[in-house]
Design a protein around this ligand. Sequence first.
Ligand code: HEC
Length: 139
Amino acid sequence: MKNISTKISLALLAVIISSFLFIYGCGDDPELGIGPIKEVKLEASVNADLSAKGKQIFDVKCVACHKIDEKLVGPALKDVTKRRKPEWIMNMILNPEQMTKENMVAKNLFAQYLVQMTFQNVTQDEARAVLEYFRSNDK
Ligand code: HEC
């Protein structure tokens, strides 16, 4: 009798511990992506200056692989702000190698496009400007 209840308690304990580990392990919201950006606060309207800056950066650092309306080496970026959260987009720009390894959505894109997007030496401010450019395309 004592043996059985010990076993049951141990089993319960194991279940409790593994649920904690599971919840803890999933603490990072996959929709936010993996990288330095934890939270982006957006204004309701698009900032035209910031978006113009973002377009300049995009035209130098991203057009080798991306177009807005058609897929090229990478996906078309029209409506990207509708399918992804701002944090995810900025983390993808700032941390693409880890994203394609550890974030389900980015991993699936990599499996589909078969080319590894690489970090283009953009600062967080530049990534924020590019996000604003995407917002202006999608409004
Ligand atoms: C070497 C080619 C290459 C360059 C340069 C590149 N990308 Fe990518 N990008 C890709 C590929 C390919 C993917 C799909 C994921 C993968 O395979 O790595 C992608 C995915 C993305 C995504 C996710 C799209 C979606 O549908 O969710 C965003 C956003 C993005 N890139 C933005 C940028 C920005 C902004 C730049 C410039 C700073 C840039 N990329 C530069 C190739 C590139």
